[in-house]
Design a protein around this ligand. Structure first.
Ligand SMILES: *Cc1c(COP(=O)(O)O)cnc(C)c1O
Length: 347
Protein backbone atom coordinates (compact mmCIF):
# COMPACT_ATOMS: atom_id res chain seq x y z
CA UNK A 1 0.00 0.00 0.00
CA UNK A 2 1.12 3.54 -0.71
CA UNK A 3 0.85 5.71 2.40
CA UNK A 4 0.32 8.76 0.17
CA UNK A 5 -3.21 8.97 -1.18
CA UNK A 6 -2.05 11.22 -4.02
CA UNK A 7 1.49 10.39 -5.02
CA UNK A 8 2.91 12.81 -7.57
CA UNK A 9 6.50 11.88 -6.68
CA UNK A 10 7.09 10.13 -10.00
CA UNK A 11 5.35 8.21 -12.77
CA UNK A 12 7.42 5.20 -11.66
CA UNK A 13 4.99 4.69 -8.76
CA UNK A 14 2.18 3.18 -10.81
CA UNK A 15 0.96 -0.24 -9.79
CA UNK A 16 -0.13 -2.74 -12.48
CA UNK A 17 -3.82 -2.47 -13.28
CA UNK A 18 -6.09 -5.52 -12.84
CA UNK A 19 -6.08 -6.08 -16.63
CA UNK A 20 -2.28 -5.89 -16.71
CA UNK A 21 -2.09 -8.39 -13.87
CA UNK A 22 -4.32 -10.72 -15.88
CA UNK A 23 -1.98 -10.41 -18.86
CA UNK A 24 0.91 -11.24 -16.52
CA UNK A 25 -0.91 -14.28 -15.15
CA UNK A 26 -1.62 -15.59 -18.66
CA UNK A 27 1.91 -15.00 -20.01
CA UNK A 28 3.54 -17.76 -22.02
CA UNK A 29 7.13 -18.08 -20.89
CA UNK A 30 10.42 -19.79 -21.78
CA UNK A 31 14.13 -19.23 -21.18
CA UNK A 32 14.75 -15.65 -22.18
CA UNK A 33 18.54 -16.11 -22.17
CA UNK A 34 18.12 -18.81 -24.80
CA UNK A 35 15.78 -16.48 -26.75
CA UNK A 36 12.99 -18.96 -26.06
CA UNK A 37 10.59 -16.76 -24.14
CA UNK A 38 7.78 -16.03 -26.60
CA UNK A 39 6.45 -13.07 -24.62
CA UNK A 40 9.86 -11.40 -24.39
CA UNK A 41 10.36 -12.01 -28.11
CA UNK A 42 6.99 -10.48 -28.87
CA UNK A 43 7.67 -7.41 -26.72
CA UNK A 44 11.03 -6.87 -28.45
CA UNK A 45 9.46 -7.21 -31.90
CA UNK A 46 6.55 -4.91 -31.08
CA UNK A 47 8.86 -2.18 -29.75
CA UNK A 48 11.26 -2.43 -32.68
CA UNK A 49 8.31 -2.28 -35.07
CA UNK A 50 6.96 0.86 -33.36
CA UNK A 51 10.35 2.57 -33.66
CA UNK A 52 10.96 1.33 -37.20
CA UNK A 53 14.11 -0.48 -36.06
CA UNK A 54 15.26 -3.99 -36.96
CA UNK A 55 15.47 -5.44 -33.47
CA UNK A 56 14.80 -4.88 -29.79
CA UNK A 57 16.25 -6.09 -26.50
CA UNK A 58 14.32 -6.39 -23.24
CA UNK A 59 16.40 -5.12 -20.31
CA UNK A 60 15.74 -4.82 -16.57
CA UNK A 61 15.94 -1.00 -16.54
CA UNK A 62 16.39 2.15 -18.55
CA UNK A 63 19.65 2.81 -16.76
CA UNK A 64 21.00 -0.44 -18.19
CA UNK A 65 19.78 0.59 -21.67
CA UNK A 66 21.84 3.78 -21.44
CA UNK A 67 24.90 2.00 -20.06
CA UNK A 68 24.81 -0.73 -22.69
CA UNK A 69 24.36 1.79 -25.52
CA UNK A 70 27.36 3.76 -24.20
CA UNK A 71 29.40 0.54 -24.10
CA UNK A 72 28.45 -0.56 -27.61
CA UNK A 73 29.00 2.82 -29.27
CA UNK A 74 32.10 4.05 -27.39
CA UNK A 75 35.55 2.74 -26.55
CA UNK A 76 37.04 3.67 -23.14
CA UNK A 77 38.31 7.27 -23.10
CA UNK A 78 35.89 8.50 -25.73
CA UNK A 79 33.42 11.29 -25.14
CA UNK A 80 29.64 11.58 -25.24
CA UNK A 81 27.94 14.89 -26.07
CA UNK A 82 24.92 15.13 -23.79
CA UNK A 83 22.74 17.69 -22.01
CA UNK A 84 23.96 18.78 -18.57
CA UNK A 85 20.84 17.90 -16.55
CA UNK A 86 20.28 14.57 -18.33
CA UNK A 87 19.79 11.27 -16.52
CA UNK A 88 23.29 9.78 -17.06
CA UNK A 89 24.90 12.99 -15.73
CA UNK A 90 22.99 12.95 -12.42
CA UNK A 91 21.17 9.73 -11.72
CA UNK A 92 23.17 6.73 -12.89
CA UNK A 93 25.73 6.57 -10.11
CA UNK A 94 28.58 7.58 -12.40
CA UNK A 95 27.70 4.65 -14.69
CA UNK A 96 29.21 6.19 -17.84
CA UNK A 97 32.58 6.47 -16.04
CA UNK A 98 32.40 3.15 -14.20
CA UNK A 99 30.72 0.91 -16.75
CA UNK A 100 31.63 2.41 -20.12
CA UNK A 101 34.76 4.37 -19.06
CA UNK A 102 33.71 7.36 -21.14
CA UNK A 103 33.58 11.06 -20.31
CA UNK A 104 30.55 13.27 -20.76
CA UNK A 105 30.64 16.63 -22.53
CA UNK A 106 27.66 18.21 -20.76
CA UNK A 107 25.94 20.98 -22.71
CA UNK A 108 23.79 23.76 -21.24
CA UNK A 109 20.32 23.93 -22.75
CA UNK A 110 16.92 25.55 -22.93
CA UNK A 111 14.91 23.20 -20.65
CA UNK A 112 16.75 20.16 -21.98
CA UNK A 113 16.75 21.12 -25.66
CA UNK A 114 20.14 21.97 -27.22
CA UNK A 115 20.99 22.99 -30.76
CA UNK A 116 22.90 21.69 -33.76
CA UNK A 117 25.31 24.65 -33.39
CA UNK A 118 26.12 23.53 -29.85
CA UNK A 119 26.88 20.05 -31.14
CA UNK A 120 29.10 21.51 -33.88
CA UNK A 121 31.00 23.54 -31.27
CA UNK A 122 31.39 20.58 -28.90
CA UNK A 123 32.84 18.11 -31.40
CA UNK A 124 36.55 17.65 -30.68
CA UNK A 125 39.23 18.21 -33.28
CA UNK A 126 41.30 15.14 -34.10
CA UNK A 127 44.19 15.80 -31.71
CA UNK A 128 45.67 13.42 -29.11
CA UNK A 129 45.12 16.03 -26.38
CA UNK A 130 41.37 15.61 -26.62
CA UNK A 131 39.06 12.72 -25.95
CA UNK A 132 37.53 11.49 -29.18
CA UNK A 133 33.89 12.55 -29.71
CA UNK A 134 31.84 9.47 -30.47
CA UNK A 135 28.18 9.71 -29.51
CA UNK A 136 25.44 12.33 -29.16
CA UNK A 137 22.67 11.55 -26.65
CA UNK A 138 19.25 13.20 -26.44
CA UNK A 139 16.53 12.79 -23.83
CA UNK A 140 12.90 13.06 -25.05
CA UNK A 141 10.85 14.03 -23.17
CA UNK A 142 13.47 15.78 -21.09
CA UNK A 143 12.87 14.97 -17.43
CA UNK A 144 14.72 17.71 -15.55
CA UNK A 145 13.89 20.15 -18.35
CA UNK A 146 10.27 19.74 -17.22
CA UNK A 147 8.93 16.97 -19.46
CA UNK A 148 9.96 19.02 -22.48
CA UNK A 149 9.16 17.67 -25.93
CA UNK A 150 11.93 17.83 -28.54
CA UNK A 151 10.34 19.21 -31.74
CA UNK A 152 10.95 16.79 -34.61
CA UNK A 153 12.78 19.53 -36.56
CA UNK A 154 15.17 20.17 -33.64
CA UNK A 155 16.02 16.46 -33.44
CA UNK A 156 16.55 16.42 -37.21
CA UNK A 157 19.05 19.29 -37.17
CA UNK A 158 20.99 17.84 -34.22
CA UNK A 159 21.06 14.49 -36.03
CA UNK A 160 22.38 16.14 -39.19
CA UNK A 161 25.15 17.86 -37.22
CA UNK A 162 26.10 14.56 -35.59
CA UNK A 163 26.14 12.76 -38.95
CA UNK A 164 28.35 15.45 -40.50
CA UNK A 165 30.99 14.50 -37.93
CA UNK A 166 30.47 10.75 -38.12
CA UNK A 167 28.99 10.57 -34.62
CA UNK A 168 26.42 7.99 -33.52
CA UNK A 169 23.06 9.08 -32.07
CA UNK A 170 21.36 7.58 -29.03
CA UNK A 171 17.97 8.53 -27.60
CA UNK A 172 16.97 8.16 -23.97
CA UNK A 173 13.27 7.67 -24.59
CA UNK A 174 12.29 6.90 -21.00
CA UNK A 175 9.18 8.98 -21.80
CA UNK A 176 9.28 8.86 -25.59
CA UNK A 177 5.56 8.10 -25.93
CA UNK A 178 4.72 11.18 -23.86
CA UNK A 179 6.71 13.11 -26.46
CA UNK A 180 5.08 11.51 -29.50
CA UNK A 181 1.57 11.98 -28.10
CA UNK A 182 2.21 15.62 -27.18
CA UNK A 183 4.49 16.43 -30.13
CA UNK A 184 2.20 14.99 -32.79
CA UNK A 185 4.84 12.84 -34.47
CA UNK A 186 5.17 9.07 -34.70
CA UNK A 187 7.66 6.92 -32.79
CA UNK A 188 9.05 5.74 -36.14
CA UNK A 189 9.73 9.37 -37.19
CA UNK A 190 12.03 9.49 -34.19
CA UNK A 191 13.47 6.01 -34.72
CA UNK A 192 14.55 7.02 -38.23
CA UNK A 193 16.91 9.67 -36.77
CA UNK A 194 18.71 7.55 -34.15
CA UNK A 195 21.06 4.57 -34.16
CA UNK A 196 19.65 3.42 -30.84
CA UNK A 197 16.53 4.26 -28.86
CA UNK A 198 15.04 2.90 -25.68
CA UNK A 199 11.66 3.27 -24.02
CA UNK A 200 10.88 2.70 -20.37
CA UNK A 201 8.00 0.42 -19.49
CA UNK A 202 7.93 1.57 -15.87
CA UNK A 203 7.15 5.27 -16.32
CA UNK A 204 3.91 6.42 -17.96
CA UNK A 205 3.27 2.96 -19.40
CA UNK A 206 2.65 1.64 -15.90
CA UNK A 207 4.57 -1.66 -15.94
CA UNK A 208 6.34 -3.12 -12.91
CA UNK A 209 9.72 -3.87 -14.54
CA UNK A 210 11.80 -3.23 -17.62
CA UNK A 211 12.74 -1.22 -20.65
CA UNK A 212 13.32 -2.05 -24.31
CA UNK A 213 16.35 -0.97 -26.33
CA UNK A 214 16.06 -0.92 -30.13
CA UNK A 215 18.35 -0.49 -33.11
CA UNK A 216 19.84 -2.33 -36.07
CA UNK A 217 20.28 -6.09 -35.73
CA UNK A 218 24.09 -5.95 -35.32
CA UNK A 219 23.78 -3.25 -32.64
CA UNK A 220 21.29 -5.37 -30.71
CA UNK A 221 23.49 -8.46 -30.98
CA UNK A 222 26.38 -6.50 -29.46
CA UNK A 223 24.02 -5.09 -26.81
CA UNK A 224 22.99 -8.65 -25.94
CA UNK A 225 26.62 -9.45 -25.13
CA UNK A 226 26.74 -6.53 -22.64
CA UNK A 227 23.39 -7.60 -21.22
CA UNK A 228 25.07 -10.88 -20.32
CA UNK A 229 28.20 -9.11 -18.97
CA UNK A 230 26.16 -6.84 -16.67
CA UNK A 231 24.01 -9.69 -15.41
CA UNK A 232 20.89 -8.45 -17.13
CA UNK A 233 20.06 -11.71 -18.91
CA UNK A 234 17.02 -13.32 -17.31
CA UNK A 235 15.05 -16.57 -17.45
CA UNK A 236 11.23 -16.71 -17.59
CA UNK A 237 11.09 -12.94 -18.04
CA UNK A 238 7.87 -13.21 -20.04
CA UNK A 239 6.14 -12.84 -16.66
CA UNK A 240 7.14 -9.18 -16.63
CA UNK A 241 7.40 -8.68 -20.40
CA UNK A 242 3.69 -9.52 -20.63
CA UNK A 243 2.98 -6.26 -18.83
CA UNK A 244 4.99 -4.47 -21.50
CA UNK A 245 3.05 -6.07 -24.33
CA UNK A 246 -0.18 -5.10 -22.60
CA UNK A 247 1.03 -1.52 -22.05
CA UNK A 248 2.10 -1.01 -25.67
CA UNK A 249 -1.38 -2.08 -26.70
CA UNK A 250 -3.38 -0.15 -24.10
CA UNK A 251 -1.41 2.55 -22.33
CA UNK A 252 0.11 4.77 -25.02
CA UNK A 253 -2.90 6.79 -26.19
CA UNK A 254 -4.09 7.37 -22.64
CA UNK A 255 -0.93 9.37 -21.83
CA UNK A 256 -2.92 12.36 -23.15
CA UNK A 257 -4.99 12.13 -19.94
CA UNK A 258 -1.86 12.49 -17.83
CA UNK A 259 -0.92 15.54 -19.89
CA UNK A 260 -4.35 17.11 -19.36
CA UNK A 261 -4.08 16.44 -15.62
CA UNK A 262 -0.62 18.01 -15.53
CA UNK A 263 -1.92 21.13 -17.29
CA UNK A 264 -4.81 21.32 -14.84
CA UNK A 265 -2.39 21.05 -11.94
CA UNK A 266 -0.11 23.74 -13.42
CA UNK A 267 -2.97 26.15 -14.04
CA UNK A 268 -4.24 25.65 -10.49
CA UNK A 269 -0.78 26.14 -8.97
CA UNK A 270 -0.38 29.38 -10.95
CA UNK A 271 -3.38 30.78 -9.01
CA UNK A 272 -1.74 30.14 -5.62
CA UNK A 273 0.18 33.20 -4.41
CA UNK A 274 3.90 32.64 -3.76
CA UNK A 275 4.19 29.68 -6.12
CA UNK A 276 6.21 30.42 -9.19
CA UNK A 277 5.29 28.45 -12.30
CA UNK A 278 4.89 28.92 -16.04
CA UNK A 279 1.96 26.70 -17.09
CA UNK A 280 2.74 27.17 -20.79
CA UNK A 281 5.95 25.22 -20.19
CA UNK A 282 4.00 22.14 -19.07
CA UNK A 283 3.98 20.06 -22.25
CA UNK A 284 3.53 16.53 -20.93
CA UNK A 285 3.11 14.87 -17.51
CA UNK A 286 5.80 16.73 -15.54
CA UNK A 287 5.04 19.93 -13.64
CA UNK A 288 7.96 22.00 -12.37
CA UNK A 289 7.43 24.90 -10.00
CA UNK A 290 9.30 26.87 -7.38
CA UNK A 291 8.43 27.46 -3.73
CA UNK A 292 11.02 30.17 -2.92
CA UNK A 293 8.17 32.67 -2.41
CA UNK A 294 5.85 30.73 -0.07
CA UNK A 295 7.49 31.70 3.21
CA UNK A 296 8.69 28.23 4.26
CA UNK A 297 11.48 25.90 3.18
CA UNK A 298 10.89 23.22 0.60
CA UNK A 299 11.42 20.59 3.30
CA UNK A 300 8.68 22.18 5.41
CA UNK A 301 6.37 22.39 2.36
CA UNK A 302 6.92 18.68 1.71
CA UNK A 303 6.27 17.80 5.38
CA UNK A 304 2.98 19.67 5.38
CA UNK A 305 1.59 18.36 2.12
CA UNK A 306 2.70 14.84 3.02
CA UNK A 307 0.78 15.10 6.29
CA UNK A 308 -2.27 15.60 4.05
CA UNK A 309 -1.42 12.58 1.88
CA UNK A 310 0.14 14.42 -1.06
CA UNK A 311 3.72 13.70 -2.11
CA UNK A 312 5.92 15.52 -4.64
CA UNK A 313 9.67 15.49 -5.27
CA UNK A 314 12.50 18.00 -5.38
CA UNK A 315 14.30 19.03 -8.53
CA UNK A 316 17.97 19.94 -8.83
CA UNK A 317 17.58 23.47 -7.36
CA UNK A 318 17.00 23.97 -3.56
CA UNK A 319 13.48 25.39 -3.93
CA UNK A 320 12.36 23.58 -7.08
CA UNK A 321 9.52 21.04 -6.92
CA UNK A 322 8.49 18.40 -9.44
CA UNK A 323 5.03 16.84 -9.60
CA UNK A 324 4.37 14.04 -12.07
CA UNK A 325 0.96 12.78 -13.22
CA UNK A 326 0.43 9.15 -14.18
CA UNK A 327 -1.93 6.20 -14.50
CA UNK A 328 -2.87 6.25 -10.81
CA UNK A 329 -3.72 9.97 -10.70
CA UNK A 330 -7.25 11.11 -11.57
CA UNK A 331 -8.57 14.60 -12.24
CA UNK A 332 -10.17 14.49 -8.78
CA UNK A 333 -6.75 13.71 -7.29
CA UNK A 334 -5.33 16.78 -9.02
CA UNK A 335 -8.10 18.95 -7.60
CA UNK A 336 -7.55 17.53 -4.12
CA UNK A 337 -3.77 18.10 -4.40
CA UNK A 338 -4.41 21.71 -5.42
CA UNK A 339 -6.65 22.18 -2.38
CA UNK A 340 -3.95 20.76 -0.08
CA UNK A 341 -1.19 22.95 -1.58
CA UNK A 342 -3.42 26.00 -1.41
CA UNK A 343 -4.29 25.35 2.26
CA UNK A 344 -0.63 24.74 3.17
CA UNK A 345 0.68 27.81 1.37
CA UNK A 346 -2.07 30.14 2.60
CA UNK A 347 -1.50 28.80 6.14
C1 LIG B 1 13.80 6.95 -15.31
C2 LIG B 1 14.75 7.46 -16.31
C3 LIG B 1 15.87 6.73 -16.67
C4 LIG B 1 16.26 5.43 -16.01
O1 LIG B 1 15.31 4.46 -16.18
P1 LIG B 1 15.16 3.30 -15.08
O2 LIG B 1 14.23 2.35 -15.73
O3 LIG B 1 14.61 3.95 -13.85
O4 LIG B 1 16.51 2.74 -14.85
C5 LIG B 1 16.70 7.25 -17.64
N1 LIG B 1 16.42 8.42 -18.24
C6 LIG B 1 15.35 9.15 -17.92
C7 LIG B 1 15.08 10.42 -18.64
C8 LIG B 1 14.48 8.71 -16.94
O5 LIG B 1 13.43 9.45 -16.60
Amino acid sequence: MNRFAIDLYSDTLTRPTPAMREAIARAEVGDEQKREDPTVNRLQEMTAELLGHEAGLFLPSGTMCNLIAHCVWCRPGEEIIIEQSSHPVHFEGGGPAVGARVSLRALPSERGIFTADQVEAAVRPNDPHFPRSRLVCLENTHNMGGGTVWPLSAMQSVAEAARRHGLKLHLDGARLFNATIAGGYRPRDVGALFDSVWVDLTKGLGCPVGAVLTGARDFIEEARRYKQIFGGAMRQAGIVAAAGVYALEHHIERLAEDHANARRLANGLADIGGISIRPVEVETNIVMFDVAGIGMSRAEFFRRIEAEGVRMSGRLTPTGVRAVTHLDITQADVDRALQVVSDVVRG
